[in-house]
Design a protein around this ligand. Sequence first.
Ligand code: XMP
Length: 513
Amino acid sequence: RLLIIDFGSQVTQLIARRLRELNVYCEIHPFQSVTEAFLKDFAPRAIILSGGPASVTDPGAPRPPKAIFTLGVPILGICYGQQVMMDMLGGKVVRGEGTAEFGRAYVTAPDERIDLLTGWFLDGREQVWMSHGDHVSEIAPGFTVHGTSPNAPYAITADLNRNFFAVQFHPEVHHTPNGKTLYENFVRLAGFTGDWTMAGYRDEAIRKIREQVGDAKVICGLSGGVDSSVAAVLIHEAIGDQLTCVFVDHGLLRQNEATEVVAMFRDHYNIPLIHADEADLFLDALDGVSDPETKRKTIGKLFIDVFQKHAAEVGGAEFLAQGTLYPDVIESVSFSGGPSVTIKSHHNVGGLPEKMGLKLVEPLRELFKDEVRALGHELGLPASFIGRHPFPGPGLAIRCPGEITRDKLAILRKADAVYIDQIRRHGLYDEIWQAFVAILPVRTVGVMGDGRTYDYACALRAVTSVDGMTADYYPFTHDFLGETATRIINEVEGINRVTYDITSKPPGTIEWE
Ligand code: XMP
C-alpha cells in the first residue's frame, strides 16, 4: 500500500482519488501521526508527500520523519512536499517574495525522458497547475532536473538512484490535464499492479469503523438519500446491531418514499430502524408559513428536536454516523467563516453531534459522489436506488411556494410521481441531475369535457449539472412535454395547467425556494 503524508493541502484528497482511479490502495495520514514506529507498522511500498500551506523556512515547519528516506521505497514530493524533501536532503528553499506563482503554467523538458514522464511532453510542453509561495533555489545532491517552467526552474526533479521525485506543481488537479499519467508512472515504478478495487475499499472501511467504534452504540440519521443509505449499510456490515437508524418522516417526502425506505432498511437489510412519523408535528408548525427562509428554519429546528428525542430512545449511544462526502468537507473548510451571503439556509444536522455529546463516524468522508455510488453498488444496494436524483432536506416544503397544505402536498406527490414515471419511461432519468414538480400558489381556469375547472397550476423542473452549483434546464422535446402535461392533467385531480421551467442556475436556483 501507498502512504500519503498530508501537510494540509486543500487538494490532498484528490491525490487519493487519482490513485483509487488507478486501482491502487492508499491511505492519507497527517504528518503529525507519521512517526518511525508508524512507518514500520505501515510498511509503505511508496510514499507521496502532499502540498501544504506552511513554509519550510519557518522554524516549526512540518516535516516527515527522516526515516522515510532510508526505507528504500519510491517517494514523490508535491509542492510543499518537494520543498520539504529538498530542504531535508541538502537543497535550499527560499521564501517566495516576488516569486509566488498561482495558476496555469507550462513545463518543458529535456529530450531524454525519465520513466516518471512516459506519455508526457508528446506535444513538447505540458500544462500544469502551480500554487506556491516559496520555491526551491538549489536542488539536493543526487537530484537532476527533468522539467522547467519560466518561474520554476526546478518544476520536475528526480534522484534516479533512489527513485525520489519532486515536482513543484500539483499533478492531482484537473488543471494539470496529464497529471494522472504521472501518477500512473509513479505507481508502476513502485511495483503496484493496480489490482485494488471498491471491494477492497469496503473491507478497509469496515475494519476502520470497527476499530473506531469498538463495542459502542451508533446512531445514524437516515434520510433515504444515497449518502446516508450507503453509510448505514456499510456501518451495519461492520458492527451489526450496534447500529440503529433514525428515519425522520417530516411529512414532506415523495410518494411512497417512507414505505420504501422502511421496507428496504428494516425488512430487507434487517437494520434496527426507528421510523419517526412526525408528519403532523411538522405540518402543524408550517401552517400559515409562506416565507421560504422561515419554512427552512422551522423544519431545520424541529428536525433536530425530533431526531434528538428519538435518538435518546436508543440509550447510551456514543457515536453519530453521517454520510458526509469529501466535497462537503472541502466546502466547509474553504467557505466557513467567510463573508458570504446566505442564499438559502441549508438543512443539515451540523452542530447536532456537539449538542448531543456524540462523536462522529463518517465513513464516506474521503469519497466523491460517484465513488459513493460505486461503493453502494458493491454493498448490493439496488441500482435504481443508487442512481436516485438528490432530494433536499426540507423536502416538498420548498417545492410548494406559498402556504403548505396537506391537500397541496397530496396533489404535488401525485403529479411528481407521474412526471418521474414519464422520464423513466423515456429513458431520460440518468441524463438528468434532478427533476421534480413544483405546485404553484395560483389556481387558473380550464375546461375539461363540458365543464369549467379552477385548479392549481404546476411547474416541471429538470436540470443537468455536475455538482448542483450551476445548472442548465434539460432540453426535453415538445412531444415529451406535451405528453407529460396531458398525463398530469388527466391523472392528477387538482391540476389543470402545466408549465415548464427553463431557468438556468444562476440566475435561478434549482429548487423554487
Ligand atoms: P439550489 O436550489 O440551491 O439547490 O440550487 C442546489 C442543490 O441542493 C439541493 N438542496 C438542498 N439539499 N438540504 C439539502 O440537503 C437543503 O436544504 C437543500 N436545499 C437545496 C437541491 O435539491 C439541489 O440539488
